[in-house]
Write a protein that binds this ligand. Structure first.
Ligand code: MLT
Length: 264
């Protein structure tokens, strides 16, 4: 797809399949290629839209931004394509943005899938770590950030999977260090979505890798308990990257959920 123009910046996206729209929001510091399996798994029944968020992948960046800005860009993309409502799928930082959309643009969503993510904001220590991440990225580039993150991303069952490691490194190492810094600041200043969960009345599915150490099964349970219409799927032998570590099980669960949400 040719990129769209969002106030002078280009936003790149993939768009495939027919049917109700599913908007896939990638995590940090990744890009839209993490959703390649989504198109294979869902596009026979759904139109799968997967953008590169501002500054990531092939989308151009800006000096600094917030998660509100990222959510607003996605609404601009939907407006540009004349799409009224979507099911939103967000992984980790993409989940923070999905929750932002559910809070600020509930009328644009018909279902929500929160994958390896959490509703809470950063505590003091996490915020301090974000500042260090931003400084390191600006000083030394993406490599030390990728090296720090990689051991935390995968389940022990997949920790030696070289294809997966190459794919993750391929995304992380090509992310612009300025984008890494902006994202770290944006995530540090995101609000706690917990108080809003009870107002999110849309059908929701929460997915978590059993071995996710970044956004844990406890985080997932807490969201399911607070969301009015949510169910939980725990993925065995998956860490923080369920959609890449166990694509068949994960997209199988997503597909069943979307089909039910559409009928309901
Ligand atoms: C992500 O995968 O998007 C990040 O791990 C999110 C975070 O650092 O909070």
């Amino acid at each position: 797809m040719p990129p769209i123009d969002v106030r002078g910046r280009s936003l790149m996206y993939d768009d495939g399949g027919d049917g109700e729209v599913v908007l896939c929001i990638h995590g940090f510091p990744f890009n839209r290629s993490m959703w390649d399996e989504a198109r294979l798994a869902l596009a026979s029944r759904y139109r799968v839209l997967s953008p590169d968020l501002r500054g990531f992948g092939e989308s151009s960046g800006s000096e600094s931004w917030t998660l509100d800005d990222q959510a607003n860009d996605l609404i601009e993309l939907l407006d540009h394509l004349a799409i009224d409502r979507v099911a939103v799928l967000g992984l980790s930082m993409g989940g923070y943005i999905a929750l932002n959309l559910a809070r600020r643009y509930p009328e644009r969503l018909w279902a929500m899938v929160l994958i390896d993510t959490k509703a809470t904001s950063d505590n003091y220590d996490a915020k301090q770590n974000r500042l260090k991440t931003a400084e390191t990225a600006l000083r030394e580039g993406a490599a030390p950030i990728a090296a720090q993150m990689l051991p935390k991303l995968l389940s022990p069952a997949n920790a030696e999977d070289q294809r997966l490691i190459e794919r993750l490194n391929g995304m992380m190492l090509t992310t612009n260090p300025k984008t890494i810094a902006s994202a770290a600041h944006a995530m540090a200043s995101r609000p706690d979505s917990t108080p809003y969960l009870s107002t999110m009345a849309l059908p929701s599915l929460v997915i978590v890798g059993n071995d996710d150490q970044i956004t844990t099964p406890n985080d997932a349970h807490a969201m399911v308990a607070a969301l009015p219409h949510a169910s939980l799927v725990t993925i065995p032998d998956a860490g923080h990257m369920s959609v890449l570590e166990q694509p068949e099980i994960t997209y199988g669960a997503i597909r069943v959920f979307l089909d039910q949400a559409q009928q309901g």
